[in-house]
Design a protein around this ligand. Structure first.
Ligand code: DHE
Length: 521
């Protein structure tokens, strides 16, 4: 071999070692640049958690962009001028890898995370502001992680305050409307006093949370987690009472929790599990008979074992797991989406909560978004209407026969459907499609679209909520430099705009507490 060839071979042999020596050490970079805000274990701190589960909704390219350019309207700095391109890429890739050892979040962690303002015990039990507390809107602004309170009579902002990062799901209210509970994707629950405009308590219920529910008597708050696989039950001041392992009775399989809702008339929480074919009901009625741990709560084994039990788990076995779900008006049925079958078809599963089994299957196709369903009367029948996340259609279902009666075509797949008992119209967006700048108004009497609104061409509109009297519809202009667009709900004319930073959702205290048929539970 000539000396030149020998040199080339030697260099080739050394190349991996050079490469390894030069590959950026992502863990060390994270420790020096990110850990102070996002936590040594990536569980979050001043900044959000950076776990694969928390990043599921962020594309990797976007994560790299945030690291490089920072995030406007937050404290996330830009690292583009401090780190090399390879270092930025290594960091962006690393945050999507699982944390080793796997993070745990047990009852001690939950209790240790709680803060409570003792002074809140002395705060006056009346609003500090002059407006109708039952016509107040709580508006979650995702653009800069704030919440605005809007007076639903004057249609003006009363107050604005910072929230936890990435609130998700509807905030929940205490029965008199004084307190609101927010849940963040990172697992934080915040109890806020709307009358005194201040935070009362906070606690971290999990590392990746779905939503929270508040019992209709105001005594309990329940949190549903993806990570860890638990439900966490708190008292009204967010003291942890207990956690429930989201697992089969024999503990062999555990599951993410899809969602928990309060079923007020039943005095219970109803829980859907993402990975286990069971629907749970947890009664907070003190008169409920006890559940005996260790018994198989299966309707097929007879009524003797079918006792709800105070704060115990009553399991309804299903053929397949349910995702998000919806209650009928009487809270006798939960209607949820089951996973798509092998042929891609999707159906709604109707589960009777009293006899504790599936009583109907409604073929729907696409991906119905039942959590955002509404009910109303149509031709003397009670019907349920739902959007579809895959198809531009609103499906209307007869709730007596559990059969679809109409498919209303819309400009594109929509996320949220809304109405109010005092308006003949239902409003639906098309935010999952190129027609994301449109809002379709459907006449509930004819089940025909009557108007397509396009308030800001090219800019997304979504999520509607009505004033307590149903007179105005508030629509989100879902952009960082967005707005709350107020429409006259009868004439469908725009009345005014309140500038907001990506108002993802808005919630009217009175409509929520009255369980208005046109809004989410
Ligand atoms: Fe949501 C409510 C699940 C993605 C905005 N969403 C809910 C609820 C569930 C749910 C179970 C009901 C909780 C409640 O109100 O107590 N959402 C899911 C998903 O599974 C999904 C598709 C994927 C995910 O990553 O979680 C999802 N949701 C989104 C978004 O991408 C949205 C549009 C923007 C965001 O901020 O995350 C979004 N979800 C919302 C909003 C509500 C909500 C605004 C409350 C609606 C209401 O009016 O009650």
């Amino acid at each position: 071999m000539r000396w030149l060839d020998r040199l080339a071979c030697a260099l080739l042999a050394l190349a991996p070692a050079f490469a390894a020596a030069q590959a950026p050490d992502a863990a060390a970079l994270y420790g020096s640049h990110c850990a102070a805000c996002h936590g040594a274990q990536r569980l979050g701190g001043m900044g959000p958690a950076l776990l694969p589960q928390s990043l599921e909704r962020l594309r990797r390219d976007d994560a790299l962009k945030v690291i490089r350019e920072g995030r406007a309207a937050s404290q996330m700095p830009a690292f583009g001028d401090k780190l090399q391109a390879a270092e930025l890429a290594a960091l962006a890739a690393w945050i999507y890898t699982p944390v080793q050892p796997a993070p745990r979040w047990g009852e001690d962690d939950i209790r240790a995370s709680r803060t409570f303002d003792d002074a809140s015990r002395q705060w006056p039990a009346r609003p500090r502001w002059n407006a109708d507390p039952m016509n107040l809107f709580v508006v979650v602004e995702g653009g800069d992680h704030h919440v605005s309170l809007v007076d639903g009579d004057r249609l003006e902002v009363l107050h604005r305050f910072p929230s936890r990062f990435a609130l998700h799901g509807g905030p929940k209210f205490s029965p008199e409307g004084r307190y609101v509970y927010f849940g963040s994707r990172d697992g934080w629950i915040t109890k806020y006093d709307l009358w005194n405009l201040a935070v009362v308590a906070e606690v971290r219920a999990g590392l990746n949370m779905r939503n929270v529910a508040v019992s209709s008597d105001g005594r309990f708050v329940m949190a549903a987690n993806y990570l860890p696989h638990t439900l966490a039950l708190f008292d009204a001041d967010l003291n942890l009472l207990r956690t429930y392992a989201a697992a089969t009775l024999d503990g062999a399989r555990s599951s993410r929790v899809s969602a928990v809702y309060d079923a007020g008339p039943r005095h219970s929480f109803v829980v859907a599990l993402k990975d286990i074919p069971e629907l749970w009901e947890i009664s907070y009625d003190p008169k409920a008979e006890p559940v005996y741990d260790g018994l198989v709560h299966d309707h097929r084994m007879g009524e003797a074992l079918a006792r709800p039990g105070y704060l115990g788990v009553r399991r309804t076995p299903l053929d397949e797991p349910l995702d998000d779900f919806f209650f009928d008006d009487a809270y006798r049925h939960a209607v949820g989406t089951a996973r798509a079958a092998a042929d891609g078809s999707t159906s709604a599963q109707v589960v009777n909560l009293d006899v504790r089994r599936r009583i109907a299957t409604v073929p729907l196709g696409g991906m119905p978004h039942l959590g955002s369903g509404i009910t109303f009367d149509w031709k003397g029948r009670r019907v349920l209407a739902t959007t579809n996340l895959k198809d531009g259609v609103v499906t209307v279902i007869d709730m007596a026969r559990w059969q679809p009666v109409k498919r209303v075509a819309t400009p594109g797949p929509g996320f949220f459907l809304r109405s109010h008992e005092k308006t003949p119209y239902a409003w639906v967006d098309a935010m999952m499609s190129p027609a994301k700048d449109t809002m379709t108004v459907i006449d509930k009497r004819t089940l025909e679209p009557v108007r397509t609104l396009q308030p800001s061409p090219g800019r997304t509109v979504a999520h509607v909520e009505f004033t307590r009297d149903g007179r105005y519809a508030l629509v989100s202009l879902w952009e960082n430099e967005g707005a709350l667009i107020v429409y006259d709900a009868a004439t469908l004319q725009e009345v005014k705009r309140l500038p907001m930073a990506k108002p993802v959702g808005k919630y009217n205290v009175g409509n929520k507490l009255a369980r208005s048929e046109g809004t989410s539970h």
